[in-house]
Ligand binder design. Structure first.
Ligand code: SIN
Length: 350
């Protein structure tokens, strides 16, 4: 009989570990109550998929996720991924900020081994709670040789998404996650995994994918096997603030407050393809001149910010590309650990 893979589960909290007073409650429950042992025990047949071990890193609602917990999480993943007897890692996490944690890990890790985040939209006490199936499918993906080298993945509701592309697109429904512009990296049906897109740069269609039936070839920007941003020796990430664009939001109040508060970089969530209101443009440019890089992202849910030359060459703004504002912020933070030179930062965003 083939040996079962060894999967390490790092639990951080969220609705998957949440409990409510009523079985029909899907809001107003308490996230982050069940332990990693309780989660593992709650999924029938999980132990048939893999040998399981795990740890409780924290037990929080992911709205309270902190960057220092990210740094700790990255260290734990690096340590476990380096062990010969660990084949893959699953991280249970609240869905609200799951895309941010996934993207941070994508940039901060260097491993071929699958790293899979999962959570739930309904608390563990709900009728038809989705957590157990999501955890089962996450372990299934983490245990699959075909998931190797694909970078950090999110598995929710039968769908596999790459960290770079995925976003939480619904506040309530079970099908909450989408990869806008590319579609999911794969889907899971029963025990079978159908890979549809390749999740990371330099990953070619290969025969190593067990149960994999690739139908596309979307290349993602960051490779799983290259370490872009070492975080091992960091105690914190540089402070970067997001300024949200909207009608009437051109009075520079929040830009000034962010700078006074010591922001080392800013992300402007523009209304469309990176256009910045006139009054704000001058304040943002002053920030650039004073050595605080400004990335222009978009509040639109899809598309790619491409700035006119005037905005990049004259104003010194950095185009955020296809990253949403919260992911552009993370890339800017990590880039700032290496450089605050505008051209070098732009190169990472390219
Ligand atoms: C959370 O993000 O921790 C709460 C919401 C959820 O997990 O769906």
């Amino acid at each position: 009989m083939a040996q079962k893979p060894n999967i390490y589960i790092i639990a951080t909290g969220g609705t998957i570990a949440g409990q409510a007073d009523s079985a029909s409650a899907t809001v107003g429950y308490r996230a982050g109550e069940l332990t990693v042992e309780q989660l593992m025990a709650s999924v029938p047949g999980l132990d048939k998929l893999a040998n399981l071990s795990g740890e409780q890193l924290c037990n929080i609602d992911s709205k309270d996720m902190q960057e220092d917990i990210w740094l700790q999480l990255a260290r734990h993943v690096v340590k476990e991924a380096a062990r010969n007897n660990v084949d893959g890692i699953v991280i249970t996490h609240g869905t609200d900020t799951m895309e941010e944690t996934a993207w941070f890990l994508q940039l901060a890790l260097q491993t071929e081994k699958p790293v899979v985040l999962t959570g739930a939209m309904r608390p563990a006490t709900a009728i038809s709670a989705d957590g157990p199936m999501n955890l089962w499918q996450a372990v299934r993906v983490a245990a699959d040789p075909g998931a190797q080298g694909r970078g950090v993945l999110v598995v929710m509701n039968g769908q596999i998404d790459a960290a770079e592309k995925v976003t939480k697109a619904s506040a309530n429904t079970l099908q909450a996650f989408r990869s806008i512009g590319s579609g999911p990296a794969g889907v899971i049906v029963n025990e079978k995994i159908f890979w549809q897109n390749y999740s990371v740069a330099q990953t070619e269609c290969g025969n190593t994918c067990s149960d994999s039936e690739p139908t596309g070839n979307v290349k993602h920007a960051f490779s799983a096997t290259k370490l872009y941003f070492p975080t091992e020796n960091l105690t914190r990430l540089p402070k970067v603030r997001i300024i949200y664009g909207y009608v009437g939001g051109d009075d520079a109040l929040f830009v000034k407050a962010a700078l006074q508060d010591g922001a080392k970089g800013l992300v402007y969530a523009a209304c469309g393809n990176g256009s910045v209101p006139e009054k704000l443009a001058s304040v943002l440019q002053e920030a650039v001149v004073s050595g605080v890089p400004v990335v222009i992202a978009t509040r639109c849910s899809g598309g790619i910010v491409v700035l006119p030359k005037e905005m990049t060459e004259k104003n010194g703004f950095i185009a955020g590309g296809s990253l949403n504002p919260q992911k552009a912020k993370i890339l800017l933070q990590l880039t700032l650990t290496k450089t605050n030179e505008v051209k070098a930062i732009q190169a990472f965003f390219h």
